[in-house]
Design a protein around this ligand. Structure first.
Ligand SMILES: [Zn+2]
Length: 149
């Protein structure tokens, strides 16, 4: 048996969810009159909190806040245009290289077995997936940093 009285946290835990407490806590509360009084006080307090009416505004809070927010204006950005331009140039360069080196690529795996080819494809795909995940994580970190500040 616990000789000292229970802490406030133990009593609150017992009142809110008796099954989550240990058997020593339950046994102490059953035998100790002081802790029973504290537990009953918390029961009354918790039920009073639960029966509190929900606060209600007499106006629509979301409409009031949204009306004060500034609407973002779409604007032309050279940085975004440069990203699109480099993307188009890069994709075009890759396609042109694939067309020019088509014979080389087809002869590259001609002598090797299909297992080596599939291994190459799996490794390339896996590394692309991991790089994509890393890029997405960095993006989320930056967005979270912007949202916090
Ligand atoms: Zn006690």
């Amino acid at each position: 048996m616990i000789v000292e009285h229970l802490s406030e946290n133990d009593i609150q835990q017992y009142v809110s969810d008796p099954s989550a407490c240990g058997s020593q806590v339950a046994r102490h509360i059953e035998t100790c009159e002081i802790c029973q009084v504290k537990a009953e006080t918390y029961r009354v307090l918790f039920s009073g909190i639960q029966h509190q009416p929900q606060p209600v505004f007499d106006f629509n809070l979301s409409d009031l806040v949204l009306s004060q927010l500034e609407q973002p204006k779409p604007k032309f950005s050279w940085e975004i245009m440069m990203v699109y331009l480099f993307s188009v140039v890069g994709i075009t360069a890759i396609l042109v290289l694939c067309l020019l080196l088509h014979d080389y690529f087809t002869s590259l795996f001609a002598g090797s077995s299909t297992l080596v080819f599939y291994l190459f494809v799996v490794i390339a795909f896996t590394s692309l997936v991991f790089q994509g995940i890393e890029i997405y994580r960095n993006y989320q970190k930056k967005i979270n940093a912007l949202n916090i500040s």
